[in-house]
Design a protein around this ligand. Structure first.
Ligand code: UDX
Ligand code: UDX
Length: 470
C-alpha cells in the first residue's frame, strides 16, 4: 500500500469543503488542496466568511488552513501534485435532452476525468465523492485509460454527511463506505479515514455496490419522510396526531425513532435528485415497476408541499390576493444556508401565483439567494422569465427581523425549523398582525396550545387545527 502524502479535491462545495477540512484536521501529515473553478467561492474559503454556514466548520478550517489545507483555482497544478484526487463536483438533475428531469447531468464529472487524464503523470487514485449513477466509474475509468503518461485506480467513496450536522457526521460517521477493485488503493483510503474513524466502521465493497448504496440510502431516508407525511394527511382527516403516531411507531425497535418528523416536505440537494436518478436507472434496465415504486416517494413530497399552499389559501377565506403572508425560514432545514429544493420556494411560488404579498425572514439565507430561487422556479421551459412573473416576484420582500416580517401579516407560515422561531414573543407578533391572525406551522415546532390562547388560529401538519380560545 502506498501512503498518501498529497490530496487534491475538485469541487469546494457543501460536500468537498467540509470533508477535506476534516481530513486535513485529522491528518496533519497530508497536504490537502481544494480547488474549484469558482473564484468567488475560493476567495470565501480563504476569508473569515466561509461560503457555507455549518456549525463547527469555522474552527476546523481555522485549525488546518495554511498548515496543510489550501484553497485555490489552480486545478491543474493541484491534480498534478496529488497522489489521490477526489471528485466532488455537482451532479444536478439533467434539464435537457435524454433523461431530462430525472437523469444526473454528468458533464462536470466527465470534464474532471478528462482534466485529470490530461495533466497527470505516474500513478494516482481517483475517488468519486459526488453521488453518481451506478456504473459511472466505468466511464471514468475509460476516460482515464486514455492518459498518455499516467495510470489510475478508481474508488467510490460516497458522502453521507447531512447539512447542519456535517462536522459531527464527519467526526463520528455511522460508517465510511469505500468501493473499489484494487485492494491497495482501497487500503490507502482506509488508512486516511482510520486516523480518526474506528476500523470496524469503515466498510469496503465492490465499486457498483458502493455507488448504489449511496442512492439507496438517500431513497430510504426520503421514503421515511414521505411515508410519515402521507400519514399526516390521514391524521388531519381523522383527528389522529402525527407526532403521537410517530412516537408510537418509532418505539418499535424494528422501525426506530429517527426520520419520522412530519413536515411541509423534504428538500435539499440530494433526496429528490437521487431518487429521480434511481428511477431513471430502473427504467433504463426495464424495471418499470421498481421505477414507479420509487417515483411515488417524490410524488408524495410534491403533494405535501402543494397541500400546504392550498390549505393556506383555503383557510384565508379562499383568497390570499393582496394579503401579506409572513414566511419564517427559507433554508431546506435548520442550521444551513442551503436552499436547494427547499419547500419554501414551492410554497412561496404557489402563494405568489395567487397574488399574495410575501415577506420572508431567514436567519442565514440572503435576499439575493431568495430572489435567485424564485426567478429560477418562475422561468418557463425555455428559461425565460415573463414580465408578469417578475411582477409577482416583486411582491416578495426579505427582511432581517422576524417581527417586521409578521407586521400586519394575515398569516405566518413556518417553513424551516430554526430554533429561534420557538422563542419569539408571539403575543407581540399577534398584536401587530391583521385579524383574525393565522399560523401555519409547516414543521410542528411551535407551542400550538399557547398560540391558540394568545388568539391565533393554528394549522399544522398532521394535527387537528386549533381555533383561538380567548
Ligand atoms: C455535490 C453533488 O451535488 C452531490 O451529488 C455529491 O454527493 C457531492 O458533491 P455539493 O458539494 O453540495 O454536492 O455541490 P456544490 O455545493 O454545488 O459544489 C460543487 C462545486 O464544484 C461548486 O463549487 C462548483 O463551482 C465546483 N465545480 C463544478 C468545479 O470546480 N468544476 C466543475 O467542473 C464543476
Ligand atoms: C441527506 C442525507 O441525510 C445525507 O446522508 C446525504 O449525504 C445527503 O442527503 P441532507 O439533505 O443534508 O442530507 O439533510 P437531511 O437531514 O437528510 O434532510 C433532508 C430533508 O428532509 C430536509 O428538508 C429535512 O427537513 C427533511 N426531513 C428530514 C423531514 O422532513 N423529516 C425528517 O424526519 C427528517
Amino acid at each position: 500500500m502506498s501512503s498518501i502524502e498529497s490530496i487534491c479535491c475538485i469541487g469546494a462545495g457543501y460536500v468537498g469543503g467540509p470533508t477535506m477540512a476534516m481530513i486535513a484536521k485529522q491528518c496533519p501529515h497530508i497536504k490537502v488542496h481544494v480547488v474549484d473553478l469558482n473564484q468567488a467561492r475560493i476567495d470565501a474559503w480563504n476569508s473569515d466568511e466561509l461560503p457555507i454556514y455549518e456549525p463547527g466548520l469555522d474552527e476546523v478550517v481555522r485549525e488546518a488552513r495554511g498548515r496543510n489545507l489550501t484553497f485555490s483555482t489552480e486545478v491543474d497544478a493541484a491534480i498534478h501534485a496529488a497522489d489521490m484526487v477526489f471528485i466532488s463536483v455537482n451532479t444536478p438533475t439533467k434539464t435537457f435532452g435524454i433523461g431530462a428531469g430525472r437523469a444526473a447531468n454528468l458533464e462536470h464529472i466527465e470534464k474532471c476525468a478528462r482534466q485529470i487524464a490530461k495533466v497527470s503523470s505516474g500513478h494516482k487514485i481517483v475517488v468519486e465523492k459526488s453521488t453518481l449513477p451506478v456504473r459511472t466509474a466505468q466511464a471514468v475509468k475509460r476516460i482515464l485509460a486514455n492518459a498518455s503518461t499516467a495510470s489510475f485506480d478508481v474508488l467510490s467513496n460516497p458522502e453521507f454527511l447531512a447539512e447542519g450536522t456535517a462536522i459531527q457526521d464527519l467526526l463520528k460517521p455511522d460508517r465510511v463506505l469505500i468501493g473499489g477493485e484494487s485492494k491497495e488503493a482501497i487500503a490507502s483510503l482506509v488508512d486516511i479515514y482510520a486516523s480518526w474513524v474506528p476500523k470496524e466502521r469503515i466498510l469496503t465493497t465492490n465499486l457498483w455496490s458502493s455507488e448504489l448504496s449511496k442512492l439507496t440510502a438517500n431513497a430510504f431516508l426520503a421514503q421515511r419522510v414521505s411515508s410519515i407525511n402521507a400519514i399526516s394527511a390521514l391524521c388531519e382527516a381523522t383527528g389522529a396526531d402525527i407526532d403521537e403516531v410517530a412516537r408510537a411507531i418509532g418505539t418499535d425497535s424494528r422501525i426506530g425513532p429517527k426520520f419520522l418528523k412530519a413536515s411541509v416536505g423534504f428538500g435539499g440537494s440530494c433526496f429528490q435528485k437521487d431518487i429521480l436518478n434511481l428511477v431513471y436507472l430502473c427504467e433504463h434496465f426495464g424495471l418499470n415497476e421498481v421505477a414507479d415504486y420509487w417515483n411515488q416517494v417524490v410524488s408524495i413530497n410534491d403533494y405535501q408541499k402543494s397541500r400546504f399552499s392550498k390549505q393556506i389559501v383555503r383557510t384565508l377565506f379562499n383568497t390570499v390576493s393582496d394579503k401579506k403572508i409572513c414566511m419564517l425560514g427559507w433554508a431546506f432545514k435548520k442550521d444551513t444556508n442551503d436552499t436547494r429544493e427547499s419547500a419554501a420556494i414551492y410554497v412561496c411560488r404557489d402563494l405568489l401565483m395567487e397574488r399574495a404579498r410575501v415577506e420572508v425572514y431567514d436567519p442565514q439565507v440572503s435576499e439575493q439567494q431568495i430572489r435567485a430561487d424564485l426567478e429560477y422556479i418562475m422561468r418557463d421551459e425555455n428559461g425565460e422569465l415573463s414580465s408578469y412573473k417578475q411582477s409577482l416576484i416583486d411582491n416578495v420582500s426579505v427582511v432581517e427581523d422576524p417581527y417586521q416580517a409578521a407586521d400586519e401579516a394575515h398569516a405566518i407560515a413556518v417553513m424551516t425549523e430554526w430554533d429561534e422561531f420557538q422563542n419569539l414573543d408571539y403575543s407581540r407578533v399577534h398584536k401587530n398582525m391583521s385579524q383574525p391572525a393565522f399560523v401555519f406551522d409547516g414543521r410542528n415546532i411551535l407551542n400550538h396550545k399557547q398560540l391558540a390562547e394568545i388568539g391565533f388560529e393554528v394549522h399544522s401538519i398532521g394535527r387537528t387545527s386549533l381555533s383561538p380560545n380567548t
